[in-house]
Design a protein around this ligand. Sequence first.
Ligand SMILES: Cc1ncc(COP(=O)(O)O)c(C=O)c1O
Length: 493
Amino acid sequence: MVLRAARPLLSRAQTWTADALNPQLLKAQYAVRGAIPLRAGQIAEDLRKGVGSYPFDKVVFANIGNPQSLRQEPITFFRQVLSVLELSSNAGNHEHRKQIENLFPKDVVERADAYLQSGGLIGAYSDSNGIRQSREEVARYISDRDGYPASPDDIFLTAGASEGIANVLEALIANDNVGVMIPIPQYPLYSATITLCNGRAVHYYLDEENAWDMSLDELKRSIAAARNEGTDVRALAVINPGNPTGQCLSREAIENVIRFCNDEGLVLLADEVYQTNTYDATRPFFSFKSVLRSIPECSESVPLFSFHSLSKGMLGECGRRGGYMEMTNIDQSVRENLLKRASINLCASVAGQAMVGMMCQPPKPGDESYPLYNEQFTATFESLKRRAQKLSDAFNSMPGVSCIPPTGAMYLFPRIELSSTAQDAAAKKGLAPDAWSCSSRRDWCCVVPGSGFGQREGTFHFRCTFLPPEEDIDGLVDSIRAFQEKWVATYGL
Ligand SMILES: Cc1ncc(COP(=O)(O)O)c(C=O)c1O
């Protein structure tokens, strides 16, 4: 018998369109993958298929911090341990095991065994807060980094930092009156998630004149303005090192933020996914946890969530979806509910969880895998530093562009001058001026407008990663310079 779909069902399905969607989903915006990158993707596809006519033969995607998509080399040790996990037989076949031992260095096999013994069977669900071995490795990393104890019981392994951040925001936003302070410019995960949860984003501006520093006066202005409007401000998010702004905060700035949260009774979210991407020895990374512990009057009182990720640093393993969240001064009742939230998603990818442990405890001097690990890590780090410097110098030499050299992260956020003629022309197209400038780049470089990250009224920027391979940087600079010169000649400054 042949079964056919009943007609009424089909027509009902056809009536389900965007205007019937959750309005918060419709409102949420995420510029990093918005209209401009989609258009760039179409052009790249045309070029691949030999369709259309373009005055260039490739597109460089400088819109998103996705290092391996721009040919950053994966680190061998991490991939080898994952390969052993992939190859391991659940039945413990002796011959099979011998083959694995012959194929891989001893420290690789030992590390894989540690994950397997800790429940890290990569085809099985793990505990919702993550496998114990990795949580112990994370805790050891944090206590060595900070000089203060850390416990595996305070760690959740998450599907990238994004999942931890989203779960905490979702838990915080108890009603539509709740506000969360976020930096402007910001990484749009924050604004989008707050919108999805129907909360209020309370903006505090970073100070471009002071290399994107945070100012206590600005925090006070922002919270007072929000409270005046009746917003119940409950939390403050900080991104350090900054995305899209690339600044590494001074210890003093971090202390000010912590004291401010203590005075105002705020939960602190410290997004530290770029903690190993620091390029200026005079601006080292300080974790919020370590600074918190050093201030006696705040040490036990300010609730802090700290986030880290596999996606950045010298790993760039974005596709693994691995990260961790550390909870400091978080009440047991909140932890229990966050564990329930994590358990609704069952668990993060177990391969990603194992990699988070490896990120935190990579090979050490004396280990068989150390020389290669160190060579690969250092080569990527030095290359990122060179690319950051070269691109920011180039931006600063272009007409109508100025750029704060980054001390951290993976991005430049150059300011562009857009004349009133250019702004009028953009308005006629119904576009934000910087969005029009970015989408007018019919060259081979995809960058995203500052308006997607937020910027002070009347200023315009774009975000450009410094991840494209070194051999592409000169071409990238030439194409942006040619575009900028033509733009200034057409619209003036
Ligand atoms: C500041 C910041 N936080 C969080 C994330 C999300 O990272 P993940 O891939 O770990 O979810 C990103 C990604 O670009 C980021 O820039």
